[in-house]
Design a protein around this ligand. Structure first.
Ligand code: IPM
Ligand code: MG
Length: 416
């Protein structure tokens, strides 16, 4: 497998069509901030990207519920038009979407996208940033790249509640559940192909980037069939990469060692559920969820998003920091082969963090500043500070750029 086929866009082009998805609630705020920065980049050195708006999430669920009766398959968080826009795009940049528990028929938009486009790699880097201290003793420098499998495992959504009668005779282990009042079952489904491709991607990435160690985190000691298969494939494939140290760990131990010795990790490859948990843990070591990006990458398409949620209580108040989304944009630029632009964006974000002035409340607060409430600037002002590092005469263009960003992220006409 050529790593370029999975961590790089399918076809290098002079210009790319990229779908931007504000999503819901504070997603609109951070997308507007990101668009200020991305437009400043375009003015400064030309960004070969044509942006196309696409909507998904709670807003589209609400809209489809107004349009279609209960039980109609067109009631969905992702409308058909959005799927079509994504099919015609080279990549997508998504801000954040809102899910509400217990809503009949509601299916998470991001989970649907991972399945629809077979986005089997969830690439989750956790890297120390200048100006952000690690909560651990000694402020260790961390540079971890997590490869989370993104389509299988308990996320296969093969679930039973109540459990059909015939299941109780399928396996002797089910006998003791026979007389219980209520039994629910969720299948943990792994395929050989699914394990192979994510493990291959992790090894190839390590090789291509000069990393010397890949850790595989599973519970193969207990969960023999699925995690056992994952581990076995990992150890076999490791023989093809003699230059890379392949370490098999139990995921609970990985969770512990990440707190004890995070600087020892380079690349981690892990099944879906453990990756969900371990990546949140790792992000907390490098500034928290507010900074953590996530790349959902498949053979033909990729969708980049921050790991944080849509923070509905702060919707349209421009409170939260735009760096989770901007870090996701950095990953997307790399994916599109726009390395230089990616490095410039990364440097601009770092410069603003190091200066420590134009920051939103969450950054001040999480950095332990007692005056965080007084000092906080808005999402858009933090974005403008980043834009100024890229386009020194940004202020001359502010009115035009800000108006365009606002127009691109208009939300007022969407159902809430
Ligand atoms: C993530 C999120 C999602 C997941 C949720 C929102 C469905 O936690 O991207 O890590 O569980 O994968
Ligand atoms: Mg998660």
């Amino acid at each position: 497998m050529d790593i370029r086929n999975v961590l790089r866009v399918k076809e290098i082009k002079p210009r790319y069509k990229v779908a931007y998805i504000p999503g819901d609630d504070s997603g609109f705020d951070v997308m507007e901030g990101a668009m200020i920065v991305l437009q400043a980049m375009d003015k400064a050195f030309g960004l070969p990207i044509d942006w196309v708006r696409a909507d998904m999430g709670w807003c589209m669920w609400a809209k489809s519920c107004q349009e279609y009766p209960e039980g109609d398959p067109r009631r969905n968080t992702v409308p058909e038009e959005t799927k079509q826009i994504l099919r015609e795009s080279d990549a997508a940049l998504m801000a954040a979407i809102t899910s509400k528990a217990g809503v009949k028929g509601f299916k998470s938009a991001i989970l649907q996208m991972r399945q629809l486009f077979d986005l089997y790699i969830n690439l989750r880097p956790a890297k120390s940033m200048p100006g952000i201290t690690c909560p651990l003793k000694g402020d260790p420098k961390i540079d971890i790249v997590m490869f989370r499998e993104n389509t299988e495992d308990l996320y296969a959504a093969v679930e039973f509640r109540p459990t059909p009668k015939e299941h109780f005779d399928m396996h002797p282990g089910m006998a003791r559940f026979k007389d219980k009042e209520e039994v629910a079952v969720s299948w943990k489904v792994f395929s050989k192909e699914g394990c192979e491709r994510i493990i291959r991607a992790a090894f190839e990435y390590a090789k291509a980037t000069g990393r010397t160690k890949v850790v595989c985190a599973t519970k193969a000691n207990v969960i023999r069939a699925t995690d056992g298969m994952f581990k076995e494939i990992f150890l076999n494939m490791a023989k093809e990469y003699p230059e890379i140290q392949a370490i098999d760990e139990n995921a609970d131990a990985t969770a512990m060692w990440l707190i004890k010795n995070p600087q020892d990790y380079q690349v981690i490859v892990t099944p879906n559920v453990f990756g969900d948990i371990l990546s949140d843990e790792a992000s907390q070591l490098v500034g928290g969820m507010g900074f953590a990006p996530s790349g959902n990458i498949g053979k033909d398409f990729a969708l980049f998003e921050p790991s944080h949620g849509s923070v509905p209580k702060y919707a349209h108040q421009y409170k939260i920091n735009p760096c989770g989304l901007l870090n996701a944009a950095t990953m997307m630029l790399e994916y599109l082969g726009l390395e230089e632009a990616a490095r410039k964006l990364e440097a601009a974000i770092s410069a603003v963090l190091v200066e420590g002035k134009d920051l939103t409340y969450d950054v001040f607060r999480d950095n332990g500043d007692p005056d965080w409430e007084k000092k906080a600037v808005s999402t858009l002002d933090m974005a403008r500070a980043i834009a100024r590092k890229i386009l020194p005469d940004y202020d001359k263009h502010d009115a035009e750029i800000s108006a365009k960003a606002k127009e691109m992220c208009a939300w007022e006409h969407l159902p809430q």
